[in-house]
Write a protein that binds this ligand. Structure first.
Ligand SMILES: Cc1cc2nc3c(=O)[nH]c(=O)nc-3n(C[C@H](O)[C@H](O)[C@H](O)COP(=O)(O)O)c2cc1C
Length: 127
């Protein structure tokens, strides 16, 4: 299965409606067998998508043309034996409260470099 991780920047900062993005994402992802984690903090998004390679690439192609964000940069695109971000149709983390603990738990089984990326991103807010 394919794991794709990217970062992006929200076009309108705080006016992006995360709930709306998540509702549609979860519906599509459930249909396509895609799981992952969306971490949103300030204007930055960090997302991991996992699933069948063709489905993940198709979802990413849709996401990449979404005008609500821009400047997408793929941080890693690797084949994984099993899902590293759990079974969530799209877990969300809006950077509030227990973000660091939540992210740490979700990336527990991820490769060390992937884990470091997410923990660093989540932890920056607390710093
Ligand atoms: C930061 C961000 C993350 C997104 N993540 C997903 C996702 O995981 N799955 C998905 O289907 N759409 C995701 N979307 C929404 C897609 O860009 C697109 O609007 C949606 O897939 C279109 O679905 P529809 O054809 O059912 O309207 C995301 C959008 C943004 C801005």
């Amino acid at each position: 299965m394919l794991q794709l991780i990217y970062v992006s920047t929200a076009r309108n900062g705080l006016t992006v409606d995360l709930d709306d993005i998540l509702a549609r994402s979860r519906r599509n992802n459930r249909r396509d067998g895609i799981t992952g984690l969306l971490h949103a903090k300030g204007r930055r998004f960090l997302q991991a998508l996992e699933g069948d390679p063709a489905k993940v690439e198709a979802a990413y192609a849709r996401i990449a043309t979404d005008p609500r964000h821009f400047a997408l940069v793929v941080l890693s695109r690797r084949s994984v034996e099993a899902r590293e971000f759990g079974d969530w149709a799209m877990a969300a983390d809006d950077g509030d409260g227990g973000a660091v603990a939540q992210v740490a738990q979700l990336v527990e089984h991820a490769a060390p470099s992937v884990r470091g990326t997410f923990e660093g991103f989540a932890g920056m807010r607390a710093a």
